[in-house]
Write a protein that binds this ligand. Structure first.
Ligand SMILES: [Fe+2]
Ligand SMILES: [Fe+2]
Length: 250
């Protein structure tokens, strides 16, 4: 079970939502650890990781963590908003995704606990929080279209970080965590695109959302996530992929 004390004892960009019964129920489904808890021991996180890669990962993790915290809020709030309507299926999916985002946050916090402290942590967290506040929209459809652009960007970043011959051994703690997150985020992208389309988001506004999210993310990563070379990630290639073309459809 999630230990809410763990989450509240960490400094967070965005507070955890109230543990609504629907959210608590969904936690059961996503906590099936595909990584045993012993492997998650902080002392094992550094195994196979160079010192430079550990520092670079520690520096970029606050952005990832901030994104997960923001995502928990968005999905839980929307689950609550529609729970009083008759959209039971969508509400259940939203709470399931909120629970998955909580789990990602927990996994990344495990990872962070085994790494050196991020340089300038407060500034990195502040920049990330501002970015996530900037891409929020009062329009629910637009907001979900932005989440689709963001989560698909996370898939690209993780794919680049896990390229064969990269900084992370295939059976390492970090690779296990990144694989799990990448798999989930792919589903979140499909759901968010579908949800945005159902709420009437047009292609043009989806393209605007894509541009806003991806250009801001590239700037954030350039400032807050410097050190991709140490993670065997070519920053030019990464930023080119992140700035790539808008997917077809919404
Ligand atoms: Fe996530
Ligand atoms: Fe997500």
């Amino acid at each position: 079970m999630r230990n809410d004390l763990d989450a509240t004892s960490r400094q967070m960009c965005f507070p955890s939502p109230m543990p609504a019964p629907s959210l608590v129920a969904q936690r059961e489904f996503v906590r099936r650890l595909d990584i045993s808890s012993s492997v998650l021991a902080p002392t094992q996180v550094l195994a196979g990781l160079s010192d430079a890669a550990a520092v670079a990962l520690a520096n970029v993790l606050p952005c990832f963590l901030c994104g997960e915290e923001s995502a928990v809020q968005v999905f839980a709030n929307e689950g609550n908003r529609i729970s009083s309507t008759f959209q039971h299926g969508a509400s259940t999916t939203l709470f399931r995704i909120a629970a998955e985002e909580e789990y990602h946050e927990e996994l990344l916090a495990h990872l962070q606990a085994g790494l050196p402290a991020a340089q300038d942590l407060g500034r990195r967290r502040q920049m990330a929080r501002r970015y996530f506040q900037r891409i929020a929209s009062r329009d629910v459809g637009d907001h979900f279209s932005r989440i689709a652009a963001l989560d698909s960007a996370v898939c690209i970043i993780l794919a680049e970080m896990m390229r064969p011959g990269g900084a992370f051994l295939r059976d390492s703690v970090a690779a296990g965590i990144f694989s799990r997150i990448r798999h989930d985020e792919g589903r979140h992208v499909r759901f968010s695109r579908h949800y945005a389309a159902a709420l009437g988001v047009t292609r043009d506004s989806a393209a605007e959302s894509f541009e806003l999210v991806r250009s801001g993310l590239i700037e954030l990563l350039k400032c807050a996530g410097a050190g991709f070379e140490s993670l065997a990630v070519d920053p030019d290639r990464l930023f080119r992929r992140l700035g790539g073309s808008v997917p077809k459809g919404v």
